[in-house]
Structure formats: C-alpha cells, structure tokens
Design a protein around this ligand. Structure first.
Ligand SMILES: C[S@@+](CC[C@H](N)C(=O)[O-])C[C@H]1O[C@@H](n2cnc3c(N)ncnc32)[C@H](O)[C@@H]1O
Length: 268
C-alpha cells in the first residue's frame, strides 16, 4: 500500500472511531479491507481510497466497521463476573430502594458480554426477584449489533468460556448454530453507539462495562471517553475495564476499588 493511502485511511479511521492504526499495523488494512474492496467491486486499497475521496459515506462506514477488532467470549476473564455476582450487585442492591439497575456494555462486540450478564442474573434466581435490571449493549459496528440482535453463536464460540450447563439451559441448537433462548435474549437491548459521541442520551447507568476497547485508542481519547462515561453514573456507580486497561494516569473521575482488580468506583 502506498504511504498516501495509508495516511488517508489511518486518519479517516481515527477520526471516525478513535482506533489508532500505526505504521507497523498497516498489514491490518491490507488484510481486512480486501473483502470490502471485493464487495464494492474495487481492484484494491487504492480503489477504496479513490472512492472514499469522492465522498462515499456508506463505504466509509463499511471501512471503519471492517477495521474494528471484535474478539469476545462468554464470561471473559471470569473474575469480573464473579465479582459482579458476589460483590457489585449485592452492594448496589442494598442501596437501590426502587429495585432498578441499569447496566451498559459499551463496545459489546457480538454480545457475549451482555448475554453473560443476563445468564448470570438468571442464575441468581430468587435473589433477583422483584428487581428490574436493564442491560444495554452498544457498539460502533453495525455488523456486530446485528449479530447481537440475532443472538446466534457457532460451536467454536459456545465452547469458549460458557459452562456446558449454561449452554444446555439457555441455548438451542438449530443447524450449525446455537441460538440464545428468548428468556435471556429479551434481557438485553442493543443499539449502535460510537464512544466518541456524548453518552448523555443513553441515560444513567449503575454499572458500566467498557472492556477491551480503550486499548485501541490514544490517551486523550481514553480520557474523553472515561470522563463521558463518568457523567452517566451516580457516585456509587461501578466501572469495569479490561485486564490490560486502567484509569491510572488517564482520569481522576474514577478510583480503584481496594482489593478488587479491574473494577473502579465513580469518584465523588
Ligand atoms: C475487542 S471487542 C471487546 C468486546 C467486549 N467488550 C469484550 O471485552 O469481550 C472491541 C469492540 O469495540 C468496538 N469499538 C471500537 N471502536 C469503537 C468506538 N469508537 N465506539 C464504540 N465501539 C467501538 C469494536 O467494534 C469491537 O466490537
């Protein structure tokens, strides 16, 4: 790929999604945009750039979508979900006399994270009786949001992180795919949302999962996004980040929760 095309594409992707593609990751453009070029009957990346320069907004959306990394799995890292069941939910439930909680999975990819939470809540059974818990999953990628709504997973995907007992209880197999049963599927709602936009229109959240997405952004963007998320949360709100992510040196709107790795409390 020539250097001008690399600069044009990496600028566009950063502006539209905040994803930083450094020169050493140029191969990602080559490998991921091939399918986009074919879909638009273009010869190569130069053809994509030419068409983008003519102002094709649909192509722009498809290029950005193709450059998202959508790796996810059920109960990813396990301990965040154990903490949710054993510490975060019980402590928030003590304080919420209206028996309502809202959880946001910001950058939910193909839905494994919000649906893991939905299954965890189902497993809590009687403890959740009388409670209304809303789960909202959002992602920049339309392809991913469509996948979340379809709630169908391959054999490979259901073998990653999902206990077999939950597979049997909450999924049904149709052909090659495993579909989540309506009782769990209906516990989560999904919509497209770009983390670069203000989240104020989404309402307030008691718990926010923003995991394994900040790693793709530069420091000022991380701060902007975390500060925006903080505004959607009450003082006792809990933020989850991914294993390779931290608030330290990024924002003071959140503080670490002593002894609780990966979770942060909204700073008063
Ligand atoms: C690696 S996945 C993380 C999925 C899930 N949170 C997890 O930890 O398993 C990262 C997701 O972030 C999304 N993403 C990237 N940039 C985004 C942005 N600016 N706004 C919203 N989502 C974005 C991608 O589409 C992708 O689905």
């Amino acid at each position: 790929m020539d250097n001008d095309d690399f600069i044009y594409l990496s600028d566009l992707i950063k502006r539209r999604s905040a994803i930083v593609i450094t020169k050493d990751k140029a191969y990602l453009l080559e490998s991921r945009l091939g399918a986009v070029a074919r879909a638009y009957k273009l010869d190569d990346i130069s053809g994509i750039v030419k068409k983008l320069k003519s102002g094709d907004r649909t192509l722009e959306i498809d290029v950005v979508d193709a450059m998202t990394t959508n790796e996810s799995l059920f109960f990813r890292d396990q301990h965040p979900f154990d903490q949710l069941r054993d510490f975060v939910l019980p402590s928030l439930m003590e304080r919420r006399t209206n028996k309502r909680l809202r959880i946001w999975c910001a950058a939910c990819s193909s839905g494994q994270e919000p649906y893991s939470i939905a299954m965890l809540l189902s497993e809590m059974g009687a403890k959740m009786a009388g409670w209304t818990v809303e789960i909202l999953g959002t992602d920049l990628s339309r392809t991913m949001i469509d996948r979340c709504k379809r709630a169908a997973y391959t054999q490979f995907e259901v073998q990653r992180g999902l206990p077999i007992t939950m597979l049997v209880k909450y999924f049904e197999q149709r052909g090659q795919e495993w579909f989540l049963k309506p009782q769990v599927r209906s516990m989560a709602n999904f919509r497209e949302f770009n983390l670069l936009d203000s989240p104020s229109s989404l309402g307030q959240f008691d718990i926010v999962f923003c995991r394994n997405v900040l790693i793709y952004f530069d420091q000022p963007t991380k701060r902007q996004i975390l500060d925006g998320i903080a505004k959607t949360m009450p003082d006792d709100g809990i933020l989850y980040l991914g294993g390779a992510e931290t608030i330290i040196g990024v924002t003071d709107r959140f503080g670490s929760e002593p002894g609780r790795r990966g979770i942060y409390r909204r700073a008063a």
